[in-house]
Design a protein around this ligand. Sequence first.
Ligand code: FUL
Length: 469
Amino acid sequence: MIAAMMISCHEPSHTQSLRFAEGATAEDKVELAATVVPSQKQLRWQSLELTAFLHFGMNTFTGNEWGDGTDSPELFLPADLDCRQWVRTLKDAGFKMAILTAKHHDGFCLWQTETTEYSVKNSPWKEGKGDVVKELSDACREYGLEFGVYLSPWDRNAECYGDSPAYNALYISQLTELLTNYGRVSEVWFDGANGEGPNGKKQIYDWEKILSTIRALQPDAVTAIMGEDVRWVGNEGGVGRETEWSVTALTPESYERSEKQNGDLKIDGMSKDLGSRELIAGAKEIFWYPSEVDVSIRPGWFYHPEQDSQVRSLENLVNIYYQSVGRNSVLLLNIPPDRRGRIHETDSLRIKELKEYIDETFKVNLLEGPNKVWEASPQESMEFDVKENAVFNTLLIQEDISKGQRVESFILEIQRKGKWETIAEGTTIGYKRLLKFPDTSAEKIRISITGARSTAIISETGLYHAPKL
Ligand code: FUL
């Protein structure tokens, strides 16, 4: 008999998190971990795979990365802002969502807000009548991209920052404007930075109220970094973990109990292990809490002309793709619009090349026959015939995560002249796992599930050839 209790479950059929009953054994806990599944909105978000960050604002014009909130609104003057160009560029490159820094740490608001004077309203751009949030959300709707907002909790301009109730009220008003006046919003992004208020006091955020405002106004939006939907991968270098569990023992930071529970387990969002059997054995609670990899195409998050020659190479971006989408994460790639208010030619060319490379790689599945769903218990395997004369170097494998994340380890073997040999191995699979190895040919391949929590359900298996870079 497994001892468990379900909590924070938004739909009756989903077990997005579990609190273990007192006395649950390590075996009970692992078995239960296999039953934790994403909410509908987490599932949808995960399938987007490639999303874009747009850091744009006062810093674009001052050259800062973190403005201090004192720069004059007069400085905000894009010469030729065109959000349709941003969205077209992103769409052509295969991105499924765009998230705009509606407000960064400097507090400057890119929309017509009633909450502060520090906004586009007091800039010379469009004589104070412009609204970047409106232009971008309209363009996203026109081209069929999802739209998300970054609203920095830290605000270096707001006088009331640090006066917790007053600033919480201001912040919730800003969220309310953004989530009410611009149509559908699919992701709300909070960064982790939390500075000191002007009077030296630390702002205590009312996360419960902030998150319930989002749930009330945009129930389908996921929240990232804070909230229970999407977890920061733990670095800004574009690297997901080799072993990336979406079922974690990490308690989301917005829950008051997180400090105690994560402290007891000695983990935080940057820990290497967030979901192993050993960790879960000591946990009180587990969550479906998948990882998002945020990284910039340039050294800075904002556009700086002197970094025009430092846009990441195609090879670098392909590595990031393999280490994020290919490691059970969503990639959130930052492509910062320039001072004209355009995506720079170099960046736009590079993301187009990335799309062409990904398309070329995954054009033809070199396995014979139709793709089929298969199930395997630990130590069971599945064989596939390889197309004649095929040369391959990439394995794509996916679990049906709507049923949970279960695979702990697997190996890939090839058969040549009747003899089997192992050529690659992996740990977690989750939504998607890509394994890269040297160019190979074979008559057959065999995938063996060497470790799993309950039966593994594999929804996609593919063998591909990634062109040389
Ligand atoms: C961080 C911020 O401090 C950076 O400026 C950037 O916005 C990054 C995505 O999040 O917390």
